[in-house]
Design a binder for this molecule. Structure first.
Ligand code: NAG
Ligand code: NAG
Length: 265
């Protein structure tokens, strides 16, 4: 193979582009995570971002932003302090960077008390170093359901299951003690001012020997499940039919005995 055979493709625009975009000696880059970051409502989360190769970033201008918001700046640092003048109000008092980590090229942002509205795409930019890193934040919220008895007769019970504070929207399932799906009424869903979902569902069950039921609330996208069990007291009818007359009998016999004992003295 002649030398000229591969000098031609070497100057192909794509190859030139690949060669130019290779990180080499001293060329600094801003690097974010390749996967979305998951956070739970109310928790704190770190949005990772670092300089590669690592350098002391304590004196560098750093801009964290949410380009979809206005104003879009989340955390701007320059001259070794945060500039809050054009900061997005919903992030006020909830962002910070670690001075210690900055010295080692870690420009990650700590976001406190995560809200549903924090879900979105963030930009980590060091203007002197070129293009920003993009960080995707996904927010979720879960809570345990509560079961209450709405109506009870000798043969049937109506149960209600409610769970407040979910994001994204979950589904509600009723199961019997063997794990079989019960057919329940439609799930009612309400979204609160905090963007969290409250779901509830009612089921009518027959009182049988297997009288334990489960309400399961699950989120398929985040693979989160919370469940609560209830045991329906099937004995209640027997208490009234058999035990109550029995107790009455005991009271009468005792009263009669005491009466006789007093007369006998
Ligand atoms: C980083 O730079 C700051 C300011 O120039 C300096 O005070 C600090 O000691 C440096 N840290 C490291 C680890 O070099
Ligand atoms: C969901 O969670 C269950 C149990 O925790 C696990 O077995 C399953 O593999 C998970 N599925 C996905 C898609 O993560």
């Amino acid at each position: 193979m002649a030398f000229s055979d591969f000098t031609v493709p070497l100057f192909h625009p794509l190859i030139v582009f690949l060669l130019l975009s290779q990180p080499h000696g001293g060329q600094l880059q801003v690097i974010g995570p390749s996967q979305p970051i998951l956070a739970t409502v109310g928790d704190d989360v770190i949005l990772p971002c670092r300089l590669e190769p690592a350098m002391n970033a304590s004196d560098i201008r750093l801009e964290w932003a949410r380009p979809d918001l206005s104003p879009g700046f989340i955390h701007v640092r320059a001259n070794r302090q945060e500039y809050v003048a054009h900061k997005q109000p919903s992030f006020r008092g909830r962002t910070s960077v670690s001075i210690n980590k900055l010295q080692h090229g870690d420009v990650s942002l700590k976001l406190s008390k995560v809200r549903v509205s924090d879900e979105g795409t963030y930009r980590c930019l060091v203007p002197s170093l070129g293009p920003p890193a993009v960080i995707k934040l996904v927010v979720g919220a879960v809570s345990s359901p509560a079961i209450s008895t709405i109506y009870t007769s000798s043969r049937k019970v109506v149960l209600d299951c409610e769970s407040r504070g979910w994001y994204p929207e979950p589904e509600v399932l009723w199961l019997d003690v063997e794990g079989n799906l019960l057919s329940a009424g439609p799930t009612e869903t309400v979204r609160g001012p905090d963007h969290l979902y409250t779901v509830s569902s009612r089921v009518t069950v027959e009182k049988r020997h297997s009288n334990s039921f489960t309400c399961r609330v699950q989120q398929r996208t985040t693979n989160q499940t919370r469940e609560t069990h209830i045991t329906v007291p099937v004995l209640s009818q027997w208490v009234t039919v058999i035990l109550a007359p029995g107790l009455l009998g005991v009271v009468l016999v005792a009263g009669f005995t005491i009466h006789k004992w007093r007369i006998g003295r």
